[in-house]
Write a protein that binds this ligand. Structure first.
Ligand SMILES: C[C@](O)(CO)[C@H](O)COP(=O)(O)OP(=O)(O)OC[C@H]1O[C@@H](n2ccc(N)nc2=O)[C@H](O)[C@@H]1O
Ligand SMILES: Nc1ncnc2c1ncn2[C@@H]1O[C@H](COP(=O)(O)OP(=O)(O)OP(=O)(O)O)[C@@H](O)[C@H]1O
Length: 293
């Protein structure tokens, strides 16, 4: 067995600060215009060399995951290995451990973030890289959110999510994530949309001033939120709770049900998350900073 140190990656929660659905392609996939950022917190992946491929899971949401064969981490490992083999690069067996800290099917890209982190970690572990065209095709084959999670930096995502523009002027933000622990199916929400021809995001602040970004975000939307709230009314309750704790702005992320509140500082976010946990000990709350560019 070749000596390989433990490679650790954080699979950061993805937040759609705004998510406009602007059209639909002939194949049924929706055209999006989304402002996306990533949290400091998320799942954790540890990768080590092994005598055979292994996969284990721990953490508060490990039990909610389906069969290992359906896990996007293994789909990412196998897809990467296949493409590397096609380029003549043979890769050794690995043990991957996933610490599942993010709620599942919750609009913050858990599975997509895990897949992206697995790819980053395996490329480091195997000391290799993919040429951009191959890696773009692999990323999108794993899910529309995987290219943005692989980029992992504040960005605008267009197309079906794969057309990415970094937004270096987006500031870091202190967030509280709130989720009633009711899983939401992404295809079900896309199907339930009443409109698919909404206006795009438009102009963004040129500077990193948080107040300017919040003013801008206030005029934007998550076009999936009305349909998701009809299915899971707790989404409206989560937003109201974030607002009552002093969020400068609250909104749903992705196809839900996770909502985020932006707070003036991490201390304020932490205090709000603690107060919310006391109100609903059965829900998920997390205070976290987002990454700066
Ligand atoms: C809602 C978002 O989270 C916003 O970032 C993403 O668009 C969803 O990304 P994802 O979960 O990675 O989605 P995928 O696993 O690729 O697709 C799940 C299903 O959602 C629908 N889907 C997804 C992405 C997209 N732009 N249009 C769609 O209509 C399709 O029915 C697809 O079969
Ligand atoms: N590593 C993983 N973590 C979470 N879910 C996974 C994983 N692998 C596969 N899945 C499956 O993917 C489905 C969607 O889960 P996920 O947590 O990625 O949704 P999401 O947060 O709504 O994602 P998105 O914001 O990309 O729509 C679930 O049914 C889950 O069983």
């Amino acid at each position: 067995m070749t000596e390989m140190p433990v490679v650790t990656e954080v699979a950061r929660a993805k937040i759609n600060l705004a998510l406009h659905v602007t059209g639909r392609r002939d194949d049924g996939y929706h055209l999006l215009d989304s402002l996306v950022t990533f949290c400091e917190s998320g799942d954790r992946l540890d990768i080590t060399a092994s005598d055979e491929d292994r996969f284990s899971v721990s953490g508060p949401f490990a039990d909610v995951l389906g069969a290992p064969a359906d896990n996007l981490v293994l789909k990412a490992r196998d897809g990467l290995r296949q493409r590397l083999a096609a380029a003549g690069i043979i890769t050794g067996p690995v043990a991957i451990h996933l610490e599942k800290n993010l709620p599942v099917a919750s609009g913050i890209g858990g599975g997509s973030a895990d897949a992206a982190a697995a790819l980053h970690g395996l490329l480091r572990a195997w000391k290799t890289d993919l040429e951009p065209r191959t890696s773009n095709a692999l990323l999108l084959s794993l899910g529309a959110d995987v290219p943005m999670c692989f980029a992992g930096t504040p960005l605008a995502a267009r197309g079906i999510g794969e057309n990415i523009t970094p937004l270096p002027q987006m500031p870091a933000m202190a967030l509280v994530l709130a989720n009633p622990l009711i899983g939401v199916s992404t295809p079900a929400i896309f199907k339930a949309l009443e409109r698919r021809d909404n206006p795009p995001v438009g102009a963004l602040p040129a500077s990193a001033d948080l107040a300017d970004w919040i003013d801008c975000l206030k005029n934007l939307r998550n076009d999936m939120e009305p349909a998701a709230t009809r299915l899971v009314p707790e989404i409206a309750a989560a937003r109201a709770m974030l607002d009552a704790e002093g969020a400068l702005l609250s909104r749903m992320s992705g196809s839900g049900a996770t909502c985020f509140g932006i707070f003036g500082s991490f201390e304020k976010a932490k205090a709000a998350a603690e107060a919310l946990r006391r109100q609903r000990p059965d829900w998920y709350f997390c205070a976290t900073n987002t990454m700066s560019a």
